[in-house]
Design a protein around this ligand. Structure first.
Ligand code: CMC
Length: 426
């Protein structure tokens, strides 16, 4: 591809270009400030490629999502979460032996340090589980040495993070309802272990319903990575200062919590519940979302990258229908969600702005069917996203272009002025 030409302040500059493996063209502006004296202005980074990555490909116009080259439709519902996590982290599907060894290693490293359990015990009973998760992961760097770049050392930290995130999540739920903790077992899959730790009684055997185990695997895989989203970019930002893996991932968990990002799944369910209590008057909420004088947004709608259907939402909608039918559940919130979707997709406001349901629109209804309480929804997102965050952390550490991330700004504040001390501020 030819160089790009930029005319700026009467002078012409040539900027190198390159093209990604899926033909996405890019202009390399690394030397822009040095040669022109100018910087770019791109709030929200909608036009900024912060790195080269070989993990996940998204085509937002076509509604395409691929992990390591594989379409999401060929992975979700077709393999266990731990096999997909292996693909995400190591770039290839595991052999049967690798899958068995890896799954076992994840369970063996999923026990929380007993001092950390004491730490968890002392959170207020109403603490939000996302807050507990973020700070428990952050505190893992106090319990495990973390600063070695040695491959075995990095690998064990990865196993601890993927293994323990579900244990911390389940324990925070058990603590909130005053139930004793249940520990994972090597003869259970990742998702089966999580469901058992959430819902089993220590007094009797708990058989994990297969429909629930499969649905959870699918949900977690659908959430596994989404290239440079807010939380992943946060992980990369923190990693760029050479912060340790636990500090970087904990920052990502906190970024995920916001309701415009992972927190949207909880916000969607709150919205659907509110509409249900409001006699199912969903049109009132559609109109509120369109009203420029209201701050209300239809939660679970819209996406920075997808300007067509979010393929994860399309898959989820089918799965929700199937699982609810199999479990014999009729959820009035699902009817409201479908009505909202139907109206919004025909409405000029949503059509013009290309606002389609995103992954968070239907995920909450499925979590609810699995018996997961609403405040745990974003925690489930974090469990699914963990291998993705770590894959980006690993990729970044090996990136020859790695520099500390440090955006610039265009200063718009007061110009030079002077302070004349009169003693009143001493
Ligand atoms: N309801 C009503 N209007 C909306 C919505 C919505 N959900 N989303 C965007 N808009 C409007 C917005 O008001 C703006 O209108 P106008 O051009 O007239 O000012 C236009 O669409 C563009 O919106 P934007 O805020 O510039 O878009 P963005 O790319 O910065 O934001 C978003 C993307 C996902 C934050 C946003 O669509 C949103 O707030 N959605 C609701 C929250 C949500 O569901 N988040 C989950 C995202 S998917 C999972 C994840 O990433 O975690």
């Amino acid at each position: 591809m030819d160089n790009a030409k930029l005319v700026f302040d009467g002078k012409e500059y040539e900027l190198p270009t390159f093209i990604g493996t899926e033909n996405e063209p890019a202009i390399d502006i690394k030397k822009l400030r040095d040669t022109t004296g100018a910087i770019t202005y791109d709030p929200g980074y909608g036009n900024t490629g912060a790195c080269k990555s070989s993990i996940t490909f998204i085509d937002g116009e076509q509604g395409i999502l691929r992990y390591r080259g594989y379409p999401i439709e060929e992975l979700a519902g077709k393999l266990r979460f731990s096999a997909a996590a292996y693909l995400m982290l190591f770039g290839k599907l595991p052999t049967e032996k690798e899958f068995t060894d890896w799954s076992k290693a994840l369970t063996q490293n999923s026990f929380i340090h007993s001092s950390q359990v004491n730490f968890l015990d002392h959170y207020p009973s109403k603490a939000h589980p996302m807050n507990i998760l973020g700070s428990m992961v952050s505190s893992m760097s106090s319990f495990y040495p973390h600063d070695s770049e040695d491959e075995d050392h990095v690998n064990i930290n990865i196993q601890r993070l993927v293994g323990q995130v579900k244990t911390i999540a389940a324990f925070s739920y058990r603590k909130s309802v005053g139930l004793p903790y249940i520990y994972p077992r090597t003869d259970h899959s990742y998702s089966a272990n999580f469901l058992r730790m959430m819902f089993a009684s220590p007094a009797e055997e708990y058989v994990v319903p297969k429909v629930m185990e499969d649905a959870l695997d699918t949900l977690l895989i659908l959430h596994m990575d989404h290239e440079q989203n807010c939380s992943t970019s946060t992980v990369r930002m923190v990693c760029s200062s050479m912060a340790n893996i636990y500090a970087s991932i904990s920052a990502g968990i906190n970024a995920l919590w916001g309701k415009l990002h992972g927190g949207a799944n909880e916000a969607v369910l709150d919205m659907l519940t509110q509409i249900h209590q409001d006699n199912g008057d969903y049109m009132k909420y559609v109109n509120m979302a369109k009203d420029k004088n209201s701050n209300f947004r239809l939660m679970g709608f819209g996406h920075r990258v997808y300007k067509n259907f979010d393929p994860r939402a399309t898959l989820l909608k089918d799965i929700v229908d199937r699982v609810l039918e199999e479990m014999g559940i009729h959820d009035p919130l699902l009817d409201i969600a479908k009505n909202l979707e139907e109206v919004a997709l025909k409405d000029e406001f949503f059509i013009q702005r290309k606002l389609y349901p995103n992954i968070d629109f239907y995920s909450g209804i499925l979590y609810r069917a699995l018996g997961i309480p609403t405040e745990m929804f974003t925690v489930l997102f974090a469990i699914g996203r963990m291998p993705g965050w770590i894959a980006h952390w690993l990729e970044m550490r090996q990136d020859p272009d790695l520099r500390i991330q440090r955006p610039r700004q265009i200063y718009m504040g007061p110009t030079l002025r002077h302070f004349e001390p009169d003693g009143t501020l001493m």
